[in-house]
Structures are given as C-alpha cells and as structure tokens.
Design a protein around this ligand. Structure first.
Ligand SMILES: C[S@@+](CC[C@H](N)C(=O)[O-])C[C@H]1O[C@@H](n2cnc3c(N)ncnc32)[C@H](O)[C@@H]1O
Length: 103
C-alpha cells in the first residue's frame, strides 16, 4: 500500500487490535520470533504500536526499537505510548522508543 487509509479505518483497525492484543499478547509472538536483548528491531507498519512495549522489554537497554508507518495517526499513537511509558513503570530502555523513523 502506498497511501494511508482513512482515519476512520485506521481507528477502527486500532480498536480491533486492542482485543487481539488482549487475547493474543504480542510478547508471545516476539518470543516465538526470538527477539533477544541487544537486538535492533524495525517494526515496519507498526500501526497503533501493539508490539513496541513488548519489543522494548525484550531488547532491553542495549537494544533499540524503530517504528515506521505510513499513517500519521500511527506515529502519533506510538509517540504517545513512548512518552507515557518512558516516564513510568518501564523506565530507561523505553526512552529509546523516542528514536522514531516517522515516514
Ligand atoms: C494490518 S496493519 C498492522 C499493524 C501492526 N503491525 C500490528 O499488527 O499491530 C498494517 C499497517 O501497515 C501500515 N502500512 C501500510 N502500507 C505501508 C507502507 N507502504 N509503509 C509503511 N507502513 C505501511 C498501515 O498504515 C497499517 O498501520
């Protein structure tokens, strides 16, 4: 796809992913994939950012997560997650989520 979907479609998809991520946590997928401490991960087509917290926890302080999406709402959502999580329970390593590739 070379154009972002409508905002309505993106929000609807994001709402659906909340249920998916609740019943099928993304950390299980990342464990299966074998993401390890120190990895640099590019979440290409990150959407609302369902993978990024779990990914940041897996890669730890020595790793890095990049999130890329064509949709501006995705970037807003991911930046919001990063700024909230950077200041609370997840601590240092989530500051690295500020290093976004935004387009
Ligand atoms: C099906 S959603 C998956 C979202 C996320 N990976 C997840 O599973 O929670 C696909 C995402 O890819 C993005 N996308 C589609 N084409 C893209 C492109 N050419 N470059 C970057 N992102 C793209 C869409 O905006 C959408 O957020």
């Amino acid at each position: 796809m070379d154009k972002p979907t409508s905002n309505f479609h993106f929000k609807f998809m994001s709402f659906g992913y909340k249920f998916r991520d609740f019943f099928l946590p993304r950390k299980n997928i990342l464990k299966e994939v074998g993401v390890k401490p120190g990895f640099h991960v590019l979440d290409y087509g990150c959407g609302p950012g369902g993978y990024i917290i779990a990914a940041a926890e897996f890669v730890g302080k020595s790793g890095k997560i990049y999130a890329l999406d064509i949709h501006p709402l995705a970037i807003q959502m991911v930046q919001s997650i990063a700024s909230k999580k950077a200041t609370d329970e997840c601590g240092n390593h989530l500051f690295r989520l500020q290093n976004w590739i935004t387009r």
